[in-house]
Write a protein that binds this ligand. Sequence first.
Ligand code: SF4
Length: 381
Amino acid sequence: MPWRRATDRSMSVRVIPLVDARRPVVAPADAPAQAPTGSLLDRLGRPLTDLRISVTDRCNFRCSYCMPKEVFDKDYRYLPHADLLSFEEITRVARLFVQHGVRKIRLTGGEPLLRKNIEGLVEQLAQLRTPDGKALDLTLTTNGSLLARKSKALKAAGLQRVTVSLDGLDDAVFRAMNDVDFPVAEVLAGIEAAQAAGLGPIKVNMVVKRGTNEQEILPMARRFRGTGVVLRFIEYMDVGATNGWRMDEVLPSAEVVARIAAEFPLVPLEASAPGETAQRWAYADGAGEIGVISSVTQAFCQDCSRARLSTEGQLYLCLFASRGHDLKPLLRGDASDAQVLSAIGHIWQGRADRYSELRALREPDTGDGGPRRVEMSYIGG
Ligand code: SF4
């Protein structure tokens, strides 16, 4: 059943049955004790500065490049609630990551705003301070469906910024891409509510899939120019093992930039921080900036400083990893903070992931082959 034409849309979806690949490596409880130095480096000399925390494996959208409906259907077995890390466990492990140098925490999912009382977690994380007493950069990535309702409470709880995924302005295209018939107007209302609540500068991420929504690139640029919203275009990626990725459906970022520059001249900007995933471009007329995230055609592994924690406590060292390191036995056992710190340090120091760089050397046509990659809906984008 490699191919099935999706109902009334012109998109074809290649479905690969999902097997449960969530068999983690148990984190070493006996890792040699090491005091956190705040400048932990992996085997490629990369620091650990960003932690992405998935707070749920559920989502109310079924974007075909992330959670195709044919796989994540009514029979899909989501994680039982008892398996999810509690807010206290998440805050404890986040506090320990901060001791190792993490300065930015991004809450993800699935759809993080589906996690009950997420504001309570935000409140706990917002209390954390770096060893030199600074607040963390606390942000969240959402599909925007619940943002209009939740923006004020998230801001009051201490959230600083949000990133909203929005793959088009044309209502029919957007409904087809989220595959649950969710109207674009509600996401746009969520972005306005987040701006009004002060959760900015807001970033809007658009995944560009050739032959599906590339015609939305210019309408999106026209819509968000001059609004203070930073629009970023993400190359369609071979994340996970279910989205049927093909290279010929990737629209390289260079083409995206060229299309926009043809209407609105652009000038390149420096990265705003080391390890930033986006290449930044400013509108020459001062109407703001855009970004492109080019994991397929311009890999950026050389300064990737991101770790990902799954909603049940597995530490992944790359978006395209096939296995995680299970921290939950340490968090739920009687391991001390020092032991958990050592385990995290040990794991990061052993890291040598650079999937996108290696993919570029292989030049695959499809996402097949190699160890089965973890699903993005499970560890967050
Ligand atoms: S492919 Fe992996 S190592 Fe490379 S930038 Fe992405 S997450 Fe980092």
